[in-house]
Design a protein around this ligand. Structure first.
Ligand SMILES: [Mn+2]
Length: 499
């Protein structure tokens, strides 16, 4: 949906969900500014039982100048368009407004089937989607610094201070907006009420501790989801606690905050594990978060209370995944089948082709941002499944042969290199050249029947996760060189060696 396609309406009612948060307000304001600039009459409303009382939101409304009004009763719009943001019409937390023409812009799971909608659940905030849609209309953000600050704050609060799963588009917005740092600091420092301080205290007293696996689970009463992060940061500082999960009930489910301080557990993977099949989770290796949908939880675990669920699921995570340290492994490989690497063309980029040595860069892909520094000693490999990773030159040379033709491939989000200093963006595909594996690369491999974590020889600090169906491989000429290859990649790049 293009924003300009809505300009034919004379009047647009922008509706936030009840009990609006910073993301809903920022998104609504972005639309408001755009419509006003194009001489379309626009106004922002929200309904529900309660008016906004949270101090940071009141400050945001005042300082940004968001013209939002509360409507306690159902009303009817005779002309024009109803546009819901950060929510969808018909949902429980969206007070009904009657209107013949309805559209929606949201980043939650799809709920509605109305035609005029742009719903992207993979985004961290609705503000990101508004930023994207405005950018596509060549909107001049520099003329509206207050809007930039609002959008930034919307993403920040919806992702627990940018730590939950950020899509590259979220990161692009975060990098490009020029926001008011002082104002953001003021918002942050008016985030918690005295009541919420007490809620956090009570939650901490009622923590559940698991001695076997050194984790804690904390259930907090209803409070602003951002407080979960504060609680989990504090809990992790306890000497006997390595990982923790803090959660509370919000409108339609449970918000969770996950932390880890050990290399054997990545918080983002643990958050994914806890929310599997009933929600979504992600973030960084040390800090992560997620959401569980109450209806899915109820249908899958109708008889388990949430405290039991979180405790069981955490225990299951620790019990079900084996951990291997390659340098300590002495596996018998004699009965494992031998595979040969296929002659598949992949791509690589030599960053020194277009960047000076010593430049600090970020390699941005769909999955992550990798910070590194350009030197003479690495290439960036573009694998068969769109995976992008830096590889030391001597390793590259031992495995690959350079052909040097231009290389192109299909992906959802074109990976880029961004320079830290002058913020230039380079599309990797523009610089990619072809290469293919040398003949006679052999590995012993076995298919995994359960999840494992392998700390490879070349990196004792970061494990590679293998799921059932993936392959654990040993280099033929160095069987201690053990690692994991995902199933799809393995099938595309290895073939059973017939002797
Ligand atoms: Mn939101």
């Amino acid at each position: 949906m293009k924003l300009s396609s809505l300009l034919s309406y004379k009047s647009i009612c922008i509706q936030c969900h009840d009990n609006p948060d910073a993301d809903a307000l920022a998104s609504a304001y972005g639309l408001y500014v755009y419509f006003k600039e194009h001489d379309v009459e626009a106004y922002i409303v929200y309904g529900g039982r309660n008016q906004i009382t949270k101090p940071n939101l009141l400050l945001m409304i005042k300082e940004i100048g968001i013209p939002v009004s509360f409507f306690p009763e159902t009303f009817h719009i005779r002309n024009g368009l109803l546009l819901t943001v950060d929510c969808q019409p018909g949902q429980g937390n969206v007070s009904p407004i009657r209107c013949n023409k309805v559209a929606c812009i949201d980043h939650h799971q799809r709920y509605t089937n109305i035609d005029m909608s742009d719903i992207r659940p993979y985004l961290g905030s609705c503000a990101t989607l508004i930023w994207k849609l405005l950018s596509e209309e060549d909107f001049d953000f520099s003329a509206h610094p207050e809007l930039s600050t609002a959008l930034y704050y919307g993403l920040m609060t919806d992702t627990g201070n940018f730590i939950e799963s950020l899509h590259p588009m979220d990161r692009d917005m975060k990098d490009s907006l020029h926001f008011d740092k002082n104002l953001i600091t003021r918002f942050i420092n008016s985030n918690i009420s005295i009541k919420e301080l007490e809620i956090a205290g009570i939650a901490l007293i009622r923590h559940i501790y698991n001695d076997d696996h050194r984790f804690a689970v904390v259930h907090s009463e209803a409070c602003d989801p951002n407080i979960l992060g504060l609680i989990s940061d504090l809990v992790l500082q306890v000497d006997k606690i390595d990982t923790c999960c803090v959660y509370n009930h919000v409108d339609t489910g449970f918000k969770i905050s996950v932390r880890s301080c050990i290399k054997e557990v990545r918080a983002n993977e643990l958050a994914e594990y806890i929310t599997q099949k009933i929600g979504s989770g992600g973030g960084h290796t040390d800090k992560a978060g997620g959401f569980i949908f109450e209806n899915l939880y109820e249908s899958l675990y109708p008889t388990i209370n949430t405290e039991t669920y979180f405790g069981l699921r955490m225990t299951e995570y620790f019990d079900s995944i084996d951990i291997f340290y390659a340098k300590e492994m002495n596996d018998d490989i004699s009965d494992m089948p031998l595979y040969e690497k296929k002659n598949v063309t992949v791509g690589f980029v030599d960053p020194t082709d277009f960047l000076p040595i010593g430049a600090n860069i970020v390699i941005r892909t769909l999955k992550s941002d990798t910070e590194t520094r350009v030197d003479n000693d690495f290439y960036i490999l573009l694998g068969v499944n769109g995976e992008v990773y830096p590889l030391k030159k001597h390793l590259f040379d031992s495995i690959y042969e350079i052909h040097g033709e231009p290389y192109s491939y299909e992906t959802n989000y074109a990976p880029t290199i961004r320079t830290n200093l002058d913020d230039k963006v380079f599309n990797l595909e523009d610089y990619a050249k072809t290469c293919s594996p040398r003949r006679n690369t052999f590995v012993y491999a076995k298919e995994l029947d359960h999840a494992v974590k392998v700390f490879p020889l070349w990196n004792e600090e970061e494990y590679i996760l293998g799921n059932p169906g993936d392959y654990m491989v040993h280099q033929k000429n160095n069987p201690k060189d053990v690692y994991i290859i995902p199933r799809d990649t393995f099938n595309m790049t290895y073939t059973l060696y017939e002797q």
